[in-house]
Design a protein around this ligand. Structure first.
Ligand code: RIB
Length: 310
């Protein structure tokens, strides 16, 4: 039977400007396009999982404004149960101001808004409904104390925890023991461990550092190069897929959703990372975050076409 997924995290409206390049400090640049796209790392993971046909619930907060309404609607449209999303009056919905350059790279400034109000009391209120779920996806755009609180409480019930330590920040040592999986990118793992990733040995050392702290399995996301799988039984680089990337926003989120969905379907670690690589790659081939998340059929035909090509 397929396991059920619950995402606890942020919802942002992304205000996206597309330009040939990023401006220098103090420079004014003419952009080419402006869009408002549903985003936020939590919402992105939930929508991606919904499009991959998972049974998925979102726990989060939005403000009492038009962006909040649009974000909830977009969750529902993509098959995500959104009754765990609370509308907090007196605060704005989370916002991300995103610049995308000609190479599809981005830089982002976020204002937490309602995401910053997600406290341990809210987790307590949601907890009974959350217990119906098996695999929990967390990120770091809600207060860190809340993430630590929720993860500890869920672990008492033997739930599976996947932490995406994004955006990059230091974590308290006490959290690592409760993590079944952590999925940093290169910048995030350097922030966590102090180790720069230049070689495979660096990846192994940084991964082992996290495992010594208590993490079960480390999955180090290497963008288009794929991801390292670092567990007690395995150290391997699982190759990525080559695509024509036009916007990498949300690629890490779609990777995490793909990984969680594949685990929920009962697949092994190697296969789940491979699947996550495919979901991440496909998400970069369209503009926007939630907008660009691929569905199940797209991912399967993409993977099958790759297998045939080899
Ligand atoms: O990971 C991408 C997301 O980061 C964007 O959707 C934006 O909202 C920021 O939170």
């Amino acid at each position: 039977m397929m396991k059920k997924i619950c995402v606890v995290g942020s919802l942002n409206m992304d205000l996206v400007v597309i330009a040939d390049r990023f401006p220098q400090p103090g420079e004014t640049l003419s952009g080419k396009e402006f869009h408002t796209f549903p985003g936020g790392k939590g919402g992105n993971q939930a929508v991606a999982a919904g499009r991959l046909q998972a049974d998925v619930r979102m726990v989060g907060k939005v403000g009492d404004d038009i962006y909040g309404k649009q974000l909830i609607l977009n969750l529902q449209k993509n098959g995500v149960k959104a009754d765990g999303v609370f509308v907090d009056s007196g605060v704005s919905t989370g916002i991300a101001v995103i610049e995308v350059d000609g190479a599809g790279e981005n830089q982002i400034v976020i204002v937490a808004g309602a995401n910053g109000k997600l406290d341990s009391r809210f987790i307590d209120e949601q907890f009974d409904a959350m217990l119906e779920y098996d695999i929990f996806l967390f990120q770091l755009e809600i207060p860190l104390e809340t993430v630590v609180y929720a993860i500890k409480k869920l672990k008492e019930y033997g739930k599976t925890i996947i932490l995406d330590p994004a955006p990059a920040r230091l974590l308290p040592d006490e959290i690592f023991n409760y993590l079944d999986y952590i999925t940093p990118n290169e910048m995030e793992i350097t922030m966590l461990t102090g180790k720069k990733i230049r070689t495979a040995d660096d990846a192994r050392e940084a991964g082992d550092w996290l495992r010594r702290k208590g993490v079960g399995t480390v999955i180090l996301k290497m963008g288009k190069n794929g991801a390292y799988l670092i567990s007690d039984q395995e150290f391997s680089l699982i190759p990525g897929f080559t695509v024509n990337a036009i916007d990498t926003t949300g690629a890490g989120d779609s990777f995490n959703a793909g990984f969680g969905v594949s685990l929920a379907r009962g697949n092994g670690l190697w296969e789940s990372v491979r699947f996550a690589n495919a979901v991440g790659a496909l998400s970069t081939t369209a503009k926007g975050a939630q907008n660009a998340m691929p569905d199940w059929e797209q991912v399967m035909s993409f993977i099958n076409a790759e297998v045939t090509r080899r």
